[in-house]
Design a binder for this molecule. Structure first.
Ligand SMILES: [Zn+2]
Length: 238
């Protein structure tokens, strides 16, 4: 019996995309793997989409917080007017995060003793000149947070308030190679997915399924669990 896992993997899915519900969820459920969905945007704003996310929560997956409006630096062309980090102060960010939490708890019916956060665009500062860090607010409200630095997380030293991850847009074999590399070094590998067989920054449904199947077949040596569960596990050992 395996009592300790050296290698840990978390599968995270950002932005509340329909393609994730349609093409990632069935594979996760079929292979008994739990993912973390950092939902934002339309999925939180449009009540017609709540039932789909209630289903994700009911299947035992983790629902993470990623803000409602996904504010990023004003230089990104996808940022709507008035919704850049430069347009936010701490009070506005706090209010939005509180409303985000309310929707996740009350509308998605996702209840947890710990909630996790992913920084939109990996950016953690706001204000007119992006001079204010909102990390203290995130630390106050969440048990752990994910950034976007593309490195493996060392369980010994990782900053649980800004855990690195790999945004992927590649095939199944390449993702499995990443898992093997993490296994060689005893690392925590956090995958960041956007579209699955659709939407943007996508991987194919087949590539995703190959990875999930591999993780499922290697449960004795690789612990695949939600971002919240693995960060809590690391935190408890400190
Ligand atoms: Zn995002």
């Amino acid at each position: 019996m395996i009592i300790d896992y050296r290698t840990m993997v978390s599968l995270t899915y950002d932005d509340g995309l329909d393609s994730q519900v349609k093409h990632a969820l069935p594979a996760l459920n079929a292979f008994g793997i739990k993912g973390t969905f950092f939902v934002s945007g339309e999925a939180l704003k449009n009540p017609a989409r709540y039932p789909a996310w209630r289903g994700v929560a009911a299947a035992g997956h983790e629902i993470g917080i990623h803000t409602i409006n996904h504010p990023c630096d004003i230089s990104f062309d996808f940022v709507p007017k008035g919704f850049a980090l430069q347009d936010y102060d701490m009070a506005r960010m706090r209010e939005e995060i509180d409303e985000n939490l309310r929707i996740v708890k009350d509308e998605f019916n996702y209840k947890s003793d710990k909630y996790v956060f992913a920084y939109p665009c990996g950016q953690s500062s706001l204000g007119k000149n992006r001079e204010i860090s909102y990390k203290p607010l995130i630390k106050e409200k969440f048990s752990a947070a994910r950034g976007v630095q593309s490195i493996y997380a060392d369980p010994i030293s990782v900053d649980l308030d800004e855990v690195p991850c790999f945004g992927v847009e590649c095939n199944g074999g390449e993702m499995i190679e990443m898992v093997k590399k993490a296994a060689q070094n005893g690392m925590w590998l956090v995958f960041l997915f956007h579209g699955i067989e659709g939407d943007y920054i996508s991987v194919t449904e087949q590539a995703h399924r190959e990875l999930v199947e591999y993780l499922s077949h290697n449960k004795d040596t690789i612990l695949t669990d939600t971002f919240g569960n693995i960060s809590s596990r690391i935190s408890a050992k400190r």
